[in-house]
Design a protein around this ligand. Structure first.
Ligand code: ZN
Length: 286
């Protein structure tokens, strides 16, 4: 089971979130047959989005977009307090660096990170920042500092097995609140500098609590544990509305040419079949 732990440290002036997302990322890797660069980029984006979904109150929805110009294309993640679904344009990307390691920076490319928050107010709130590195971790660290004015540190990792399946996935987010003393920040930086890269920790099976322990030198107060899971709210009724919005002319074309419509959900790959009678019924309602 994937889950997140939320903790305070440094006299409650620092918030830490750590998450394991192996099950969710494995689901997407298998369902969409993701290749290595795609898997790692998507897994990291899914992890930080899952964490961000737990930084707001229940019921508030977040849509997070990584809009790079690299071969991966656009990554879209929706997150609401532990329930997450995501989509990437091109799951079939595998680029390597000269040393044989998997490249994601070029696979993502240049562009923008966009975060749309629906906090149940009248208008959703959008904020964005540049993709400065393309490794997701540094890009979101920059996003929090620049767009949300919260000094933050993000560490994300996805480890793959030899057959490219997901071995482990997860990460952390550290956020410094106003009033945090400089000496606290120095202490955290010190702990972080002594830590192994998060990919290695995840690979070695560290739990969220153990990661929080390393970051804080075991001086923390656990606040909450939240289950993280893939959840898609697609339904035949939703896709029926989508078809209806295409209009009479387009639907009549589909009816005359194909006599049916099959629609696959981008987020979970579930298929919905609309028969000739279904299509006639939708057209009749227009
Ligand atoms: Zn779906």
């Amino acid at each position: 089971m994937d889950y997140l732990e939320k903790a305070y440290c440094m006299n409650k002036t620092v918030r830490i979130y750590a998450a394991i997302t192996t099950d969710m990322v494995s689901f997407y890797q298998k369902t969409f047959n993701m290749w290595p660069s795609s898997s790692i980029a998507f897994g990291k984006a899914l992890t930080i989005s899952s964490i961000m979904g737990c930084t707001y109150k229940a019921g508030e929805r977040l849509n997070i977009y990584v809009n790079g110009d690299g071969p991966i294309g656009k990554i879209t993640i929706e997150a609401t307090n532990g329930n997450v679904r995501g989509y990437m344009q091109n799951p079939g990307v595998f680029l390597q660096n000269n040393d044989g390691s998997i490249n994601i920076e070029k696979a993502i490319g240049n562009g923008l990170i966009e975060v749309v928050k629906d906090l149940n107010l009248r208008e959703p709130f959008t904020s964005s920042s540049e993709i400065i590195k393309g490794d997701i971790s540094n890009d979101f660290t920059y996003y929090f500092t620049k767009s949300e004015q919260i000094p933050s540190s993000v560490g994300l990792g996805v480890a793959l097995n030899k057959d490219s399946s997901i071995k482990a996935s997860g990460g952390f987010l550290i956020q410094v609140m106003p009033g945090c003393k400089d000496e606290y920040i120095t202490e955290l930086e010190n702990n972080l500098s002594k830590m192994k890269p998060v990919t290695e920790l995840i690979d070695e099976g560290y739990t969220p609590e153990e990661i929080i322990g390393l970051i804080t030198n075991n001086d923390y107060e656990l606040l909450e544990k939240i289950e993280l899971k893939h959840e898609c709210n697609c339904s035949k009724e939703r896709f029926r509305k989508g078809l209806k919005s295409l209009g009479k002319t387009t639907l009549e074309e589909i009816l005359n040419n194909d006599h049916k419509a099959n629609i696959k959900c981008n987020f979970c790959n579930k298929e919905y079949d609309f028969t000739e009678d279904d299509l006639k019924e939708i057209i009749f309602e227009l």
